[in-house]
Design a protein around this ligand. Structure first.
Ligand code: 5RP
Length: 243
């Protein structure tokens, strides 16, 4: 089997729903082309009679879910979400992530913080040795004084580009701009996050650190690997050698 990118996205999104979503749960719906397949599978479960209460990380995901008959409520109408399934742009070996190329990082981070188990779905092309190697780091900023914010972002060692759409700055669901910040590689993501968080004008950054409960990776051979299972196995193999 040699799956293309779209087939891998569908495979991993459906596997995540089948593995983690149970009747009666509250579910966070991610955003992006992989999350779209997840929402479609959730729609099938609802059609089969599952009672799911969902909250969406973007207007786009909310509209898709509602069109499939899925109950979508405001985040503040639910307490803790049992599960959220979302995509990612980069995944490092320790399940640290870059998200936000789809422009929904702010709501995605708020929803992730309200979630017990954040499940990430990605295909093998998203795996990197170090964050920032492949994609820029999206940073959502206030429109007010954004060129000053850009200057402060570049002080952190990146080239920051204002995201554009149809010749105009891209505007997020929160009404903000995004700067895509290209680093060579992010050597110290926790340190970088602490620097970004104190820049006036930065609303949120696309580093999702210690957020994922599990990352499911689709491979072109048609298999799906759980990074969490693999890490647990690695640990127990080490303990077996020590004992
Ligand atoms: C949106 C995101 C997406 O999850 C991320 O961009 C992955 O998208 P895709 O599944 O289309 O590759 O963070 O803000």
């Amino acid at each position: 089997m040699d799956l293309d990118a779209n087939a891998m996205k569908k495979l991993v999104a459906e596997e995540a729903v089948n593995r983690y979503v149970k009747d009666g749960m509250t579910v966070g719906l991610g955003t992006g082309s992989t999350a779209k397949f997840m929402i479609e599978r959730i729609g099938q479960l609802v059609a089969e009679g599952y009672d799911l209460t969902c909250t969406a990380t973007s207007v786009q995901s909310e509209e898709l879910a509602k069109s499939l008959g899925v109950k979508v409520v405001d985040l503040d109408e639910v307490g803790t979400l049992d599960i959220t399934i979302d995509g990612a742009d980069e995944v490092d070996p320790g399940m640290q992530l870059i998200k936000g190329l789809g422009g929904a990082l702010l709501r995605e981070k708020i929803v992730a913080a309200a979630t017990e188990k954040e499940i990430i779905v990605a295909d093998q092309s998203k795996l990197v040795d170090k964050l920032g190697m492949r994609t820029p780091l999206p940073v959502e900023v206030l429109r007010f004084g954004h060129k000053h914010t850009k200057f402060a972002l570049e002080q952190q060692g990146c080239k920051a580009e204002l995201r554009m759409k149809n010749g105009e700055p891209f505007v997020t669901d929160g009404g903000n701009y995004i700067y895509d910040c290209k680093f060579e590689a992010i050597e110290k993501p926790f340190f970088l996050e602490s620097r970004l968080d104190v820049i006036p004008g930065v609303v949120e950054n696309g580093l999702f650190l210690n957020t994922a409960y599990d990352v499911l990776i689709a491979k072109s051979d048609g298999t799906v690997e759980s990074m969490s299972d693999a890490l647990i196995k690695k640990r127990s193999d080490v303990l077996n050698v020590i004992n």
